[in-house]
Design a protein around this ligand. Structure first.
Ligand code: NAP
Length: 338
């Protein structure tokens, strides 16, 4: 086991820089030694601020660099496959931001490569699984305290999104979190999916926003997912599970509520960085510990594949307005549930 893991980061935009801050200033056990970005000037600027880090021309250069023990992939989703496959080929542990890849075929190529390697190397950035509130919700559901889960309501609300955000990303980049957390909370796979589009938010420009997704889980529970990405008031992640004898939901995450002049109020997180700061810390800490042993734990390639397969089906459902069924490959014992 390595005492100090030398990490290379591919893609140093918003979350790449946030994970570099986490690796260099918050968590023990690693150093960031190489970075790359589609924008070489951005890579250079980021490397300049990290002692001991070099900016390399491409992500592939980072992955094959001898000084790099393990890799963080935080470029755009449709570039993840190339980098994750290269990391597996190099035998290096890799933390890949969600989505694992933007098509199920790409996810299966990664799955085949990891299985051929013979042990887990990939952790997917489904950080909600590390959030204290979601963990408490899972505990309640698993304890049987509300009976068998029948329904789940999930809402994913962003105040706004960057200019390069596309309508499809509401599904394969945003709702992919809700799909994963529903699978995890209900311990089940998605069997069918439908998508409805309500009246457009006038703040959304050309984006199809909001959207409403209905997941039919294999065990019979239904999950509705609202994705609203121009909702102005803040970043608001909601989840509630309705069981046979009770209901359990995420509480408001405020530590302080202010009551004055006949009203009460609390703070809304601005974005995912604020809402999930502890969850991001916890997932990367877990990755560092596993990567130091040359392996990976946490959300797996199977989880990345199952979530993307559901998102692929949702995009198809949206295109022709029909419900789509999802048939996953048989789950290999390599990815057995923990
Ligand atoms: P971003 O700010 O646009 O950063 C992505 C960076 O990757 C940009 O600097 C981009 O350069 C660069 N890039 C694009 N293609 C590349 C390539 N082939 N090789 C190397 N670098 C490349 O986006 P972001 O918000 O950080 O998101 C990055 C990833 O993290 C996405 O998969 C996203 O879904 C995920 N994410 C996850 C969460 C979460 O809640 N877990 C939150 C935010 C983001 P250019 O701008 O020049 O193209």
């Amino acid at each position: 086991m390595r005492e100090n893991l030398n990490v290379g980061v591919v893609g140093v935009g918003m979350i790449g820089q946030d994970h570099i801050r986490r690796l260099t200033k918050v968590l023990p056990g690693s150093a960031v030694v190489a970075v790359a970005d589609a924008d070489p000037e951005r890579a250079r600027r980021v490397a300049e601020d990290v002692a001991g880090a070099r900016a390399l021309p491409t992500g592939q250069d980072v992955i094959r660099d001898d000084a790099v023990d393990a890799v963080v992939v935080t470029s755009w989703g449709d570039t993840h496959e190339e980098y994750v496959l290269a990391a597996i080929a190099a035998g290096k542990s890799v933390f890949c931001e969600k989505p694992l890849a933007t098509t199920q075929e790409a996810c299966l190529r990664i799955l085949d490569a990891e299985m051929a390697h013979g042990k887990r190397l990939v952790q997917v950035g489904f950080m909600r699984r590390y959030d204290a509130a979601y963990r408490a919700l899972k505990e309640v559901v698993s304890s049987g305290a509300i009976g068998t889960p029948l329904l789940m309501h999930s809402a994913h609300r962003n105040a706004s999104v960057p200019g390069h955000y596309t309508s499809d990303m509401a599904i394969n980049d945003t709702a992919v979190h809700d799909v994963d957390i529903a699978r995890w909370l209900l311990d089940d796979e998605v069997a069918a999916i439908s998508v409805l589009v309500p009246r457009r938010n006038r703040r959304a420009g050309d984006l199809r926003d909001p959207i409403f997704i209905l997941l039919e889980m294999a065990g019979g529970a239904l999950v509705d997912v609202e994705v609203s990405v121009n909702i102005a008031y803040g970043y608001d992640i909601r989840g509630e599970i309705v069981g046979e004898t009770g209901v359990a939901g995420l509480a408001e995450s405020n530590t302080v509520v202010v009551k004055r002049e006949g009203s009460f109020s609390g703070r809304m997180p601005e974005d995912w960085r604020e809402r999930f700061v502890r969850a991001f810390d916890a997932e990367l800490q877990e990755w560092l510990i596993a990567a130091a042993k040359g392996t990976a734990t946490g959300p797996s390639v199977w989880d990345g594949y199952a979530a993307t397969a559901a998102c692929d089906a949702a995009l198809a459902a949206l295109r022709d307005g029909t419900r789509k069924t999802i048939s996953l490959r048989e789950r290999p014992s390599f990815y057995a549930r923990p």
